[in-house]
Design a protein around this ligand. Structure first.
Ligand code: AP5
Ligand code: MG
Length: 190
């Protein structure tokens, strides 16, 4: 059983690639961004709380995000492997994930980071913003804030896995298909 973290800045292609990886490996895909957006569209208490942070390109507080993730994990007692997308985004989230998995005698197999230059990320997100209706794609200021948040708060999480030899870097520039082939090959060899 493999448990993978798909890592990378906003717009790196985590969500896009997750679909192919779920198809190939049968992962349970847990995207914290998608879960928050589902709660926003259903106007739950969690969604209302998360929305104000997301619309500004800031992280939802750890306490809220970690509690939510732990409840999500409980829904899949028989998972054949998890694919985490957009989580963990802080050191505290990484520690919490390690302990949630540890309680089930599981562990992270690898963190795979998609590397894409900022200029390409900005263009991808601005382009999607024209049609997605995602408030956090709507203008360059909020996109830049998401990138700043990534570099200031999230990028460090990579060290957590690098220190234990579990970080793998993948070039996230290229066609969606090329990147998917590279990811499948990496995961297939783990
Ligand atoms: P989240 O939903 O995780 O968004 P994100 O990581 O900021 O960005 P995206 O999901 O847009 O990027 P992605 O890497 O999935 O790329 P995608 O495949 O979509 O988080 C949103 C917010 O929720 C956060 O800002 C925060 O507020 C909150 N949040 C979430 N998790 C949290 C946590 N753990 N803690 C605290 N707060 C949290 O692709 C992007 C675009 O590029 C698409 O249009 C796609 O078609 C295109 N594209 C993809 N691949 C390629 C390619 N190879 N070539 C050209 N275009 C491509
Ligand atoms: Mg995503």
């Amino acid at each position: 059983m493999k448990n993978i973290i798909l890592f990378g800045p906003p717009g790196a292609g985590k969500g896009t690639q997750s679909e192919f990886l779920v198809e190939e490996f049968g992962f349970v895909h847990l995207s914290t961004g998608d879960i928050f957006r589902y709660n926003i569209s259903n106007q739950t208490e969690l969604g209302i709380l998360a929305k104000k942070f997301m619309d500004e390109g800031r992280l939802v507080p750890d306490s809220v995000t970690i509690d939510m993730l732990s409840l999500e994990l409980l829904k899949y007692p028989n998972s054949e492997g998890f694919l985490f997308d957009g989580f963990p985004r802080t050191k505290d989230q990484a520690n919490a994930l390690d302990s949630f998995l540890g309680e089930r005698n599981l562990e992270i197999t690898a963190m795979i980071g998609l590397e894409v230059p900022d200029e390409d990320l900005r263009l991808r997100l601005l382009e999607r913003g024209k049609v997605s209706g995602r408030p956090d794609d709507a203008n360059i200021e909020v996109i830049q804030k998401r990138l700043d948040t990534y570099y200031n708060e999230t990028a460090v999480v990579k060290n957590h896995y690098e220190e234990v030899g579990k970080y793998i870097s993948i070039n996230g520039l290229g066609t969606i298909e090329q990147i998917s082939i590279a990811l499948k090959s990496e995961i297939g060899h783990l």
